[in-house]
Design a protein around this ligand. Structure first.
Ligand code: SAH
Ligand code: SF4
Length: 401
């Protein structure tokens, strides 16, 4: 990571005003993340990886080898509905064309470098991408029902450095591409044998949360492309209501995500004063609480049917007092919201302790009495370092070839 980015993100100054935000600010964010671009979709052998292309890009790729647009529809179905990775198994396509496709294209998954399953059935995957970079995903089964959520990573590492987060101790290596993001979900499905995409039936991998490694709104274009693929009704077909994007508060990009994707929004709040939030979530120095809450009020899904989730990590003696619970309900008054209280998950060398159950209970009660649902998130997969904020891969250096 360059020194310039380190300065921008690790100790941002509160120099800008909300009036500066908007297209100019979004352009700055885009320029800043461009240098962390994922590898090109074309592999070293010259074949183009199809997973991650939009429908339009798939049509263009097939056009490039003289195939008509309807082929794209067929192949899309094989890739995203059937989960096929082998052209030879695409039985609606004639053999000669299967060979031709295999000469020009690939349909792959990220390599599963490691899998661990926790005592509570949470399963953590370490994925290795083509350039050797790695990221983790976690499948979190519901406690009672036969379904669950897949927590996907959006970046290898993170440019931000929230004090309580293990990923934040790892510098950003690079952004993940659309195929790498959707590929995590598809590989997790492979692991549970959930192909073809079940239509309307119960399924294990029924929800996506963008809460793994990285800040999804600092890799917006790739995350958006991946979510459009996941939401496409002729493939994986997850509804936007089954997708939640979690952000540490990249205010200008929240508006865009709301307008273009309309997925559920989770906001990592964690503190009720700028003084404390500046310390816990350094991005707050750039986008302070007042502007963050205003962006939440503007978020299009913020109606009673679809509430914003405020995430609040419970840190013993730091942000867990009754006075802070009361300040929290004043802060978010009028926002259709729920508050997810997350007991702090420790990691090697972490500087905090989790609040006591009594403190969490008292906090939850105050928030609840003010009319906000305030579930306490049960830690899942702690024994395999798969719980919120525990993900981190080695050194951010390529470990592969
Ligand atoms: N970068 C995004 C999404 C990834 S972090 C974000 O910050 O929102 C997903 C959630 O885990 C965030 O709410 C984050 O604040 C929380 N988290 C991070 N470290 C944690 C820890 N050690 N214990 C509990 N929650 C943690
Ligand atoms: Fe990055 Fe989110 Fe961790 Fe903060 S909490 S360092 S934004 S992954």
């Amino acid at each position: 990571m360059s020194a310039e980015v380190a300065v921008l993100d690790r100790a941002p100054a509160r120099a800008e005003t909300p009036a500066d935000w908007g297209e100019a600010e979004r352009a700055r964010i885009r320029a800043k993340v461009a240098r962390f671009a994922p590898p090109p979709a074309k592999g070293p052998d010259g074949r183009l990886e199809l997973v991650g292309l939009s429908r339009e890009e798939l049509v263009a790729a097939l056009g490039g080898i003289g195939e008509p647009a309807f082929r794209a529809k067929q192949i899309w179905h094989w890739i995203y509905h059937q989960g096929t990775t082998d052209f030879a198994r695409m039985s609606t396509i004639a053999k000669p064309l299967q060979h031709k496709l295999a000469e020009h294209f690939t349909v792959t998954r990220p390599e599963v470098a490691a899998v661990q399953t926790s005592a509570d059935r949470t399963r953590k995957f370490l994925f290795r991408f083509r350039d050797g970079r790695e990221a983790e995903s976690v499948y979190i089964p519901d406690r009672e029902e036969d379904r669950g959520a897949v927590c996907l990573s959006s970046q290898v590492g993170c440019t931000l450095s929230c004090r309580f987060c293990h990923t934040g101790t790892q510098v950003l290596a690079r952004n993940l591409g659309p195929g790498e993001i959707v590929g995590q979900f598809m590989a997790a499905r492979d692991s549970y044998g959930e192909w073809p995409s079940p239509k309307g039936e119960a399924r294990l991998l029924s929800t996506i949360v963008l809460m793994g490694m990285g800040e999804p709104l600092y890799n917006y274009d790739n995350v958006a492309a991946a979510m459009r693929i996941v939401m496409d009704g002729e493939g994986i077909g997850l509804s936007r209501r089954r997708i939640t994007l979690s952000t540490s508060g990249v205010v200008p990009m929240m508006d865009r995500a709301g307008a273009e994707l309309g997925v559920n929004l989770a906001v990592s709040l964690h503190a009720v004063t700028d003084e404390l939030r500046d310390e816990l979530v350094p991005l707050n120095r750039k986008y302070p609480i007042k502007d963050l809450i205003e962006a939440c009020r503007r978020y299009p899904s913020a109606s009673n049917a679809r509430r914003i989730t405020f995430e609040y990590v419970m840190l013993k003696g730091v942000n867990d007092s009754a006075a802070e619970a009361r300040a929290l309900v004043r802060l978010i008054a009028g926002v259709p919201a729920k508050v997810n209280l997350i007991p702090f998950n420790p990691w090697p060398g972490s500087p905090y302790e989790s609040s006591t159950p009594a403190a969490i209970g008292r906090f939850a009660e105050i928030v609840n009495a003010a009319g906000f649902s305030s579930p306490v998130r049960a830690p899942r997969g702690r024994d395999i370092l798969a719980a919120c904020g525990q993900l981190r891969t080695a050194a951010g250096k390529p470990s592969g070839g």
